[in-house]
Design a protein around this ligand. Structure first.
Ligand code: HDL
Ligand code: ZN
Length: 416
């Protein structure tokens, strides 16, 4: 049994931190938008402070009614959140710390606690210069958006066409189609797709046409959908039928990966709007069945319940068409990132994608990657140190190779 000298560990640490800081990231799931979408791209201090994570935390201290709060202009909402979560109570939650980490990374003086001066800074910036700055600070190569043809603000931009910013890839999000078929069908009909809620006639063929036309229009990297804990497949339901007769055939036909984000319980408290969603434990056998019966389709999967993580890892060991990604939403904090990354590396080696930001406000990529990369680095250092203790020699090139894979390379290899 050979032991690791302090020098050996120091060299490994250096090589990992160097490679992590130099490797550009593909952020494979976000809610940010190509600048062509204008106001849909959120950025700056007031969007940061009214991010739904902070709103739900602020309501725990505020005695204003939901309606009164939502009726306030965004800046007033931000003022109330700032007071409740930063001034009246120390901002120790990850969402609050994240706002301060962004301001600090931008070179603003967080100790001043001067919200108006922060506002002046952001008001002095143009979106295009700010996007460049944020991508540079966060060391992003590109992001994947969440694109919803049923979004009335987003759809017309795509239909009018625009020159794409190559840093903003698209993903076709199918929640409205698959989880709200009764309201989606009439809209599809209105858009010229000959569908009926009762699936009569050419409905499934027309839904397939809708999917393929939008995949082409946005040049989607993958199709995606978020699903409730109760998600079942096969299932005698509109979603079950759409999956079987539309989504899976189109994935096969287009050779696009299918992103499944499982476990979200939507609108547990509707008064909180975007902040009103919670989660539940899902049945992993549904994923096992999908992967087993469709081994020619690639699934990129993340699950929202901590209790689903080990079984998702084991499912990924059973099916090479299942790629695990990210510490999603309520798992995107240091405590869970550490646990999930260690579990995954010990049982999947390097064949997974440890993180995505899920950023809804562009600036958030700075803190969401800022709290993830050091943890991923530390787990890697431990694993490389354990290898070195056996006498196995790791080269700097191999460390760079491994990290390039974890920060996007494995994703690109899996989906193409
Ligand atoms: O469904 C999703 O993609 C989730 O990420 C939701 O958008 C959620 O509101 C979120 O932003 N989580 O980080
Ligand atoms: Zn998301």
């Amino acid at each position: 049994m050979s032991y690791l000298s302090a020098d050996q560990r120091y060299n490994i640490e250096n090589a990992v931190y160097k490679a992590i800081s130099e490797t550009k990231i593909t952020d494979i799931h976000t809610h940010v938008y190509d600048p062509a979408f204008g106001e849909l791209l959120l950025w700056g201090i007031d969007d940061l402070l009214t991010y739904h994570y902070l709103v739900s935390e602020a309501f725990r201290w505020m005695d204003i009614s939901y309606d009164d709060f939502w009726g306030l202009p965004k800046q007033y909402q931000a003022d109330m959140v700032w007071k409740a979560l930063f001034i009246d109570h120390s901002p120790v939650s990850e969402s609050c710390r994240g706002v301060l980490a962004v301001l600090d990374a931008l070179g603003l003086d967080v100790s001043m606690r001067d919200l108006d001066s922060y506002r002046e800074y952001f008001e002095s910036l143009q979106p295009s210069e700010y996007i460049d700055k944020v991508f540079e600070i966060a060391n992003l190569d590109s992001v994947v958006m969440t694109n919803d043809p049923f979004d009335d603000l987003e759809r017309p931009v795509w239909l009018a066409g625009f020159e794409r910013d190559p840093r903003f890839h698209a993903a076709l999000r199918m929640d409205a189609l698959l989880n709200s078929w009764e309201t989606a069908a009439p809209k599809l009909k209105q858009w010229g797709y000959d569908v009926s809620v009762d699936f009569s006639g050419e409905t499934c063929a027309e839904v397939r046409r809708f999917l393929t036309e939008w995949i082409d229009r946005i040049d989607a990297l993958y199709m995606a959908v978020s699903l409730p804990p109760s998600f079942a497949y096969p299932e005698e339901s509109p979603r079950g039928r759409l999956f079987a007769e539309c989504v899976l055939p189109v994935a096969r036909e287009t050779n696009l990966a299918l992103g499944l984000m499982i476990g979200v319980k939507r609108q547990v408290n509707p008064d909180l709007k975007l902040a009103g969603d919670a989660f539940g434990k899902s049945d992993i056998s549904v994923i096992e069945c999908l992967c087993r019966e469709n081994q020619d389709i690639r699934f990129i999967v993340t699950m929202l319940a901590r209790d689903n993580q080990q079984e998702l890892i084991v499912a990924s060991r059973k099916f090479r068409n299942l790629h695990v990604f990210g510490c999603w939403w309520y798992l995107n904090s240091p405590f869970f990132i550490e646990e999930l990354t260690r579990m995954r590396m010990e049982w999947l080696g390097l064949s997974f994608t440890p993180q995505h930001s899920d950023a809804r406000v562009l600036d958030q990529v700075i803190y969401k990657w800022g709290h993830s990369l050091p943890i991923i680095a530390d787990v890697l250092i431990d694993k490389y140190a354990n290898l070195a203790a056996t006498g196995w020699q790791i080269s700097e090139e191999e460390i760079k190779r491994d990290i390039t894979g974890l920060l996007g390379g494995n994703f690109w290899q899996f989906i193409s």
